[in-house]
Design a protein around this ligand. Structure first.
Ligand code: SF4
Length: 394
């Protein structure tokens, strides 16, 4: 991940207003492309990509820092500008119901429309694209080698430094690194929509799956169009009251619930993760209300994760989530009738495993990001004991 230097952090505080950037951008900047989802309004354009629907006079930039009115048209400033690219275990997303134990080619561009005080990737999500490193190290290919002495097979990863990473290059690198899917993740992929959409469409043609890891703050029309190419959507449901969303996220809960309802209606796979922050969103009533709503409006089959918070960013003074809090939240979700409830960031917790909701046996045994055992039937993803079909792509 790109780290901001102290100098960069200082620049962040004293940078000129966003409208100045647009005038500095050369017309042939390789990262500037036409943006979608906007309407002309008097003296400017209105972006319709996310619920903020920013009004942008000529030269102004949106709240996400990566969309600008440039010559009366909305432009994205981050097409092919990947700032964080890694080959991850899919469990790290976390996504548990897609190819357990596989590798996923994961990337981000700068920018975000939200202002989460617990952001784990603020060094890339809260910067202007101009502040990102000029080049990024990206995984290029993964070769399997055999150690002649021990006979052990290991992977040798080759990487390369790039200034731009096109959708074609992403797909090619994903295939060469033995990835089974591509994840649009780390920052907020909704705000690099055009880059993600083109990559996902190409990836689908080449047999790769697509995963969007998002806070779900996106308007319905762009979301529905994107879902044609997304195999799994992971939504970070950050809490369950508007006050928390307003104060600690910088958005509104109701719009995220709209996104989740759209995902349910669409019929594709989606999972939910909730980062449990002590004293802020871990109240019993809040967890009960959230899990009851998921059960009622989204169904019992939606995988739900309670992830452990670690002191970070603007919440550095809050202690890590006690494991008992996560266990209690999981118990409540199971009590509400949810079938696949996980605990994240606590290696060794029983809530890392996937259980058959009928016989209770472990189907996928995990430790941290490692899959120790996968007992699902290879065809159809069923429990080998009673044949229960587990939702997912296995
Ligand atoms: S995507 Fe960016 S510019 Fe568009 S409405 Fe959202 S915050 Fe504003």
């Amino acid at each position: 991940m790109t780290a901001l230097s102290l100098c960069g952090a200082a620049l962040l505080a004293f940078y000129p207003p966003p409208s100045t950037f647009a005038r500095l951008l050369p017309a042939d900047n390789p990262w500037v492309r036409d943006g979608r989802f906007s309407v002309p309004v008097c003296n400017g354009v209105q972006c319709k990509l996310c619920p903020f629907e920013c009004f942008l006079p000529e030269g102004a930039r949106g709240r996400c820092k990566v969309r600008v009115n440039y010559g009366g048209k909305i432009k994205t400033l981050v097409y092919s500008k990947a700032v964080s690219v890694h080959l991850d275990p899919i469990e790290k997303k976390p996504v548990y119901h897609l190819y357990p134990g596989s590798l996923i080619y994961s990337l981000a561009s700068p920018g975000c429309n939200l202002r989460c005080k617990a952001c784990q990737n603020w060094e890339i999500s809260q910067i202007y694209p101009e502040q990102a490193d000029k080049t990024t190290l990206v995984p290029e290919r993964l070769d399997l080698k055999t150690d002649s002495a021990s006979g052990r097979v290991y992977g040798e990863l080759k990487q390369k430094e790039v200034a731009t990473l096109s959708p074609e290059e992403i797909v090619s690198c994903a295939l060469a690194t033995r990835s089974r899917a591509i994840a649009y993740t780390y920052s907020e992929p909704a705000v690099f929509y055009e880059y993600m959409y083109d990559t996902a469409r190409l990836a689908r043609k080449k047999g790769l799956k697509n995963v969007m890891v998002s806070a779900g703050y996106i308007n319905r029309e762009p979301l529905e169009e994107l879902l044609e190419y997304m195999d799994v959507v992971k939504i970070d449901l950050k809490g369950f009251d508007e006050r928390f969303y307003g104060e600690y996220v910088g958005g509104g809960l109701e719009r995220v619930k709209d996104t989740l309802r759209t995902l349910k209606k669409n019929g594709g796979l989606f999972e939910i993760v909730n980062l449990v922050v002590p004293g802020l969103n871990d109240g019993k009533e809040s967890i009960r209300a959230m899990t009851a709503w998921i059960r009622k409006d989204l169904g019992a089959d939606v995988p739900l994760f309670f992830s452990r918070f670690s002191p970070n960013y603007r919440l550095a003074s809050i202690a890590a989530t006690p494991v008992e809090t996560l266990t209690r939240a999981r118990d409540e979700a199971l009590k509400q009738g949810l079938k696949y409830v996980y605990v994240g960031n606590v290696p060794g917790h029983a809530g890392e495993n996937t259980y058959c909701p009928v016989c209770g046996r472990i189907l996928v045994r995990r430790y941290g990001y490692a899959v120790l055992e996968n007992r699902l039937t290879p065809a159809g993803g069923r429990c080998p004991h009673d044949g229960t079909r587990i939702p997912g792509i296995w």
